[in-house]
Design a protein around this ligand. Sequence first.
Ligand code: ADP
Ligand code: MG
Length: 328
Amino acid sequence: MDEFALIRRYFAPLSPAAEGVVLGIGDDAAILAPPAGHELLMTSDTLVAGRHFPLTTAPYDIGWKALAVNLSDLAAMGAEPLWFLLALTLPQPDEAWLAGFAAGLGSLARKHGIALVGGDTTRGNLSITITAVGSAPAGSALCRDGAKPGDQICVTGTLGDAALGLRLNGIESRSPCAQDEHDLVALRARLDRPVPRIEAGLALRGFANAAIDLSDGLAGDLGHVLAASGVGAGLRADALPMSEAFARQAEAGDRLALQAAGGDDYELCICLSPDRLAAAQAAISPLPLTVIGTISAEPGLRWHAADGALLDPELHSYQHFDDRCLPD
Ligand code: ADP
Ligand code: MG
């Protein structure tokens, strides 16, 4: 199958007639009409086989995740997804692989009404780069630089599931009980099929002073907000929200490292004025929005136990993309 037949068969179906698409796949470039009064937000992320996902990952999940990580960036800015471009490098045009990949990609794309408008297809080691474009009313996008002393620091959903899923990957459950199997599947799903928090990002546009999505781990990612805003933070280790599967499967001594330094959560971390908390929680319900700490004028990131005592966790002890965590 040549490159053009491949694009027609697998990728043209992801390019429905969509708002603002004057000309989609097929010419030298797409022609797009931005919504009136909106600003465009663009982001690009690459997934390299064996580095950003284990080589054993199902093609469906690779397609899903390649788009999800980009949508998560749009979510963090409070942007509505519009269009995306796909630059795909493949060792060979394996039809079963392509069908699975396009199905995963298409399923998430349809869920968010984002249309594929072009891309590039080349031969080489498996690597996927997606460029996603979104929009927000002019001046309304959420940025990293607006956190203020006294703001509450909140996260959506739960933290640490994907990092635990990766760590337990290939490890048999410790006891052959159905609950453990069920937990492993749930944790692994958080790693393979992250759910970009698009609706939450849109709903939080009027509430958050600053926002970021958690891709590399809470401590590092929140550090970017602190640096951009010129502030510091105190966090409560015991306040980090965990899923039931995580609570059952994570060893107590591993929890903080998994939740604060493990990557691939794709939850949103926002800073907002305390008087807006209840309304923000109501706006994204039933997705939980949990307070995990407070922004301070004093720079640096401090961790506290439930009784307020200062902790000194070694958060670099777990590296999500450490080579030891992935097969060669
Ligand atoms: P050119 O050589 O002019 O860059 P290509 O031959 O690479 O164009 O691509 C032909 C058309 O197919 C272009 O409109 C391009 O955007 C689109 N395209 C190529 N690869 C993909 C892909 N993986 N997904 C979607 N569209 C693609
Ligand atoms: Mg080309």
